[in-house]
Design a protein around this ligand. Structure first.
Ligand SMILES: NC(=O)c1ccc[n+]([C@@H]2O[C@H](COP(=O)([O-])OP(=O)(O)OC[C@H]3O[C@@H](n4cnc5c(N)ncnc54)[C@H](OP(=O)(O)O)[C@@H]3O)[C@@H](O)[C@H]2O)c1
Length: 279
């Protein structure tokens, strides 16, 4: 029997014994033992990301501004067999960010993953009508807090010998969306932040990546997907003629945090159903 024939017969025997065993153990345990902080994670993309990381074995620390939302999301994730801890955290407030990190260390003992997902958009209209207050708010929550939270968690990732940071940007970061000028600019800044941090943190075995979603069915984007005329216009730009689901972003983020992505850093993955999205 030559080597190829031998390997083929061994492989066939393995498949007969348990055709899905290999797949199952990889998807369910690739993040076993890891501790993941996901911000703004009581709804939408953040919640789906927490579930995706939790399903792969991570202990997830979820948070958002309202205790009632935290309690509801913790109960939901627990009902889906995810190991989860929850707390309130408005990412725009320094003491809240510190409290989130301290609570994670106290309850879970370590930090391996940070998904910085929070964003606000308090302004719709012509960019020339936006005020200093609007810019302060958007840049503080969408950009500055992403960096400052990263700065807080990096020393703890270093103690673990490495880690992963993922920022949630947007397709609007590549092509500013109509009436969403300041928000779009803040999302472009995250593409730059990813590139700026990746080489510096590679020395500590920390990978820094970013995901840029297209239109995903969440509360934030309801004004778009609930309006048929707007959606018809958007669909012209899509190859896959439907709106995305939060779990389609969560899965990509979980991949970026896994060993399967061990040679990816400084990268932004667009998840847009084929919408044109390059600078
Ligand atoms: N949906 C889309 O089509 C789309 C497209 C591209 C990019 N994105 C990006 O994806 C991310 C998540 O958006 P989403 O659509 O999933 O939103 P979403 O469904 O509206 O959920 C927003 C979550 O953020 C929390 N939150 C809001 N402000 C916060 C703050 N200052 N600090 C902490 N938590 C806060 C909310 O809970 P509380 O109210 O309890 O705080 C909630 O859990 C954002 O960065 C967004 O820009 C979304």
């Amino acid at each position: 029997m030559n080597v190829t024939v031998m390997l083929r017969s061994v492989f066939r025997r393995l498949l007969k014994t348990n055709p899905v065993a290999g797949q199952r153990s990889m998807s369910q345990s690739s993040l076993a033992g890891k501790v993941a902080i996901v911000t703004a994670s009581t709804d939408g993309i953040g919640l789906a990301t927490a579930e995706a990381l939790g399903k792969r074995g991570a202990h997830v620390v979820i948070s958002s501004r309202r205790q009632a939302n935290v309690d509801k999301a913790v109960a939901l994730l627990q009902s889906r067999s995810v190991q989860v801890t929850g707390t309130t955290c408005n990412v725009g407030i320094g003491e809240d960010r510190e409290k989130l990190v301290k609570m994670t260390l106290d309850k879970c003992g370590a930090i391996d993953i940070l998904v910085s997902n929070a964003a606000v958009n308090p302004f719709f209209g012509n960019i020339m009508d936006s005020t200093e207050d609007v810019w302060d708010k958007i840049l503080s929550v969408n950009v500055k807090s992403a960096f400052l939270l990263t700065k807080l968690v990096v020393p703890h990732m270093e103690k673990r010998g490495g880690g992963n940071v993922v920022f949630v940007s947007s397709v609007a970061g590549y092509q500013p969306m109509h009436a969403l000028g300041p928000y779009s600019v803040s999302k472009t800044a995250l593409l730059g932040l990813t590139r700026a941090l990746a080489p510096e943190l590679a020395h500590s075995n920390i990978r820094v990546n970013c995901v840029a979603p297209g239109i995903i069915k969440t509360r934030l984007s309801a004004a778009l997907w609930q309006n048929e005329a707007i959606m018809d216009e958007f669909k012209k730009q899509l190859s896959i003629k439907r709106i995305g689901e939060p779990k389609e972003i969560g899965g990509v983020i979980a991949f970026l945090c896994s060993e399967e992505a061990s040679y990816i850093t400084g990268e932004t993955i667009t998840v847009t159903g084929g919408m044109s999205s390059r600078l």
